[in-house]
Design a protein around this ligand. Structure first.
Ligand code: ATP
Ligand code: MG
Length: 298
């Protein structure tokens, strides 16, 4: 197993991250069955550590998934977490914000969905969209009712030395995640790094196979045409928000089984690294248990 600072796909904490240098596919691919075996056998171990997390009831664990369309967020979540106890697990998906959500600060809607102590939570997209899709489409800020002239903040004004809106949002996010981590939420973040070619292959498949037609969306293709802008936004975002208390992992996503196995290993290791055990009873309570036992009718 690996340490948090050594994983090959960890986004470094020192601002040196370059997305273009990261691979979208694995160098030496094994057979599909090899990867399946890994994430299937990890499921049982994940279930066991989840039971401990639940009984211990002091930490919560949050996994955030971000990616371009068709990178495989949903299926990765499905395959990696298939074995967990649904009572201690929740997936929250964040799409275009509602009017009510837009009438709050940008961390409000996700804060309400954070996992309780003892539980595992997944964010399928998240507040990071506020520095990704919104950065690529700054006109979306118009509907956010911000109390300042957002257009003046889209780039930093060197004369005043003020950070631009995106730097301010990164700071809010880092502070927010730091606060959560200090209060018991363990955070790990995955960027599923698919290539544009593979994304288009998957779009083609959605068009060619009738049972997949429902998955194709014209807007996905439109966003894909803004690929370079998204990659710039992702690079700045991951570089600015990968921290020791909430690290990003940039996972090659062109091969789904390998990607799932890699995510599954990080998920399991995150839970195993927690300093948790089943609660120990004191002598008095243990003695009382024997008393209760003697009162049972069988
Ligand atoms: P799938 O396509 O697999 O169902 P998805 O996450 O792509 O999953 P969609 O309904 O296709 O879901 O798209 C959701 C869209 O909402 C994405 O394009 C995303 O960028 C957008 N979105 C999410 N958060 C925000 C936000 N805060 N502001 C504006 N758009 C957002
Ligand atoms: Mg989509």
């Amino acid at each position: 197993m690996f340490s948090i600072t050594e994983h090959p796909f960890l986004v470094p904490f020192d601002n040196s991250f370059e997305l273009a240098k990261m691979k979208t596919s694995f160098d030496d691919l094994n057979k599909k069955s090899h990867y399946k075996k890994i994430y299937k056998s990890n499921r049982q171990k994940l279930y066991e550590t989840q039971q401990k997390l639940y009984a211990h009831n002091k930490y919560s664990v949050l996994f955030i998934f971000q990616a371009m369309d068709a990178a495989g967020k949903d299926s990765t979540i499905r395959h990696v977490f298939r074995g967990v106890n649904p009572a201690g697990f929740q997936v929250s998906s964040f799409k275009q914000p509602s009017k009510r959500e837009l009438d709050h600060d940008f961390l409000w809607r996700t804060a309400k969905e954070l996992p309780q102590r003892g539980k595992i939570g997944i964010f399928n997209r998240s507040y990071y969209e506020e520095t990704l899709v919104v950065r690529v489409h700054p006109e979306y800020l118009q509907s956010q009712q911000l109390p300042f002239d957002y257009k003046a903040k889209l780039t930093s004004s060197d004369s005043k030395g003020e950070p631009d809106l995106w730097q301010q949002r990164f700071r809010s996010i880092n502070d927010h995640e730091h606060h959560l981590a200090s209060n018991g939420t363990v955070i790990r973040k995955f960027f599923l790094n698919v290539s544009r070619e593979e994304q288009h292959r998957r779009f083609k498949d959605r068009i060619d196979r009738p049972e997949k037609n429902w998955k194709f969306s014209a807007s996905d293709l439109k966003e894909s045409q803004l690929w370079d802008k998204y990659m710039e936004a992702y690079q700045d975002c991951l570089r600015s928000t990968s921290t020791p208390w909430a690290p990003w992992y940039c996972i090659p996503a062109d091969n789904k089984p390998a990607m799932r196995a890699t995510v599954s290993e990080i998920v399991l290791q995150t839970l195993k690294n927690l300093d948790i055990e089943y609660p120990q009873l004191d002598d008095d309570t243990t003695a009382k248990l024997q008393n209760f036992r003697s009162q049972l009718i069988i």
